[in-house]
Design a protein around this ligand. Structure first.
Ligand SMILES: NC(=O)c1ccc[n+]([C@@H]2O[C@H](COP(=O)([O-])OP(=O)(O)OC[C@H]3O[C@@H](n4cnc5c(N)ncnc54)[C@H](OP(=O)(O)O)[C@@H]3O)[C@@H](O)[C@H]2O)c1
Length: 217
């Protein structure tokens, strides 16, 4: 069965997955870029943006695993961009330039309809206005038997977690405090939903934690 996987989701020590006040100059909210420090130097991240070299090792292994066997992605509208409310026009096409690093269909949850956008390199953004189950069904159909990666942001991961639909979640806990922003796990009873920690390993840059949902009896 294809899995719904959260991978490389960075979280601060105080539990935030994004800083406050996201805008064009702060895609991860104020202070939020520090969440991803662990990944920037990795070979996988460098390669995503066409660069040679980069660090190998545990951080890179997790970064690379995030792309293994992924046939479609699901994102929330705020991860796709800083624009809120009805789309003023079709000019915003994500943060990632003409060739986004997805290379698959990407389903963006929003309340505001918009035509799909085909980008270079195999990424097509589709906008889904009928909720998380519909987005998962469309992503599953598009993924052709491969897994679906739930990219974020925080509100989107929280909805799928609440619904018990995430099979596996890799969190990279970064050694920073944010103090404010979007909190990832507050008020979600993960053990009650069947989640448990099934792996953890620390590097100088992050503590990687894998949380897995037990199979239904
Ligand atoms: N820490 C990490 O590794 C990581 C990873 C990814 C993203 N991020 C960061 O997380 C932040 C974004 O997270 P976020 O919590 O603000 O927002 P988000 O989850 O990206 O998007 C939330 C928005 O998506 C739309 N949406 C979500 N669920 C929906 C549903 N069921 N039906 C219809 N529309 C729905 C709504 O937008 P509308 O109502 O406006 O359409 C909602 O306001 C950004 O700063 C991003 O950079 C962090």
């Amino acid at each position: 069965m294809p899995k719904l996987r959260v991978q490389c989701f960075s979280m601060s020590l105080d539990g935030y997955g994004a800083g406050p006040s996201q805008d064009r100059t702060n895609p991860l909210g104020v202070g939020g870029m520090a969440l991803h420090q662990w990944v920037f130097a990795t070979r996988t991240f460098q390669k995503m943006f066409g660069k040679e070299g980069g660090a190998t090792g545990i951080d890179d292994d997790f970064a690379a695993r995030g792309f293994d066997n992924i046939g479609a992605w699901i994102l929330g509208r705020n991860m796709f961009g800083p624009i809120r409310g009805p789309w003023p026009d079709d000019s915003w096409k994500g943060w990632w330039g003409d060739t986004p690093p997805y290379h698959t269909p990407v389903f963006v949850l929003t309340h505001h309809p918009r035509a799909s956008i085909a980008m270079n390199g195999g990424t097509t953004f589709h906008f889904v206005t009928d909720g998380i189950h519909a987005a998962l069904q469309r992503a599953t159909d598009a993924a052709n038997g491969k897994d679906i990666r739930l990219g974020g942001g925080v509100a989107t991961v929280r909805q799928y977690l609440h619904a018990g639909l995430i099979d596996e979640m890799h969190l990279a806990i970064s050694p920073i405090l944010l103090g404010a922003g979007e909190h990832l796990l507050v008020d979600i009873d993960t053990p009650k939903l069947g989640y448990q920690c099934t792996g953890h390993v620390a590097t100088p840059n992050a503590t990687h934690v894998v949380i897995t949902k037990a199979a239904s009896p």
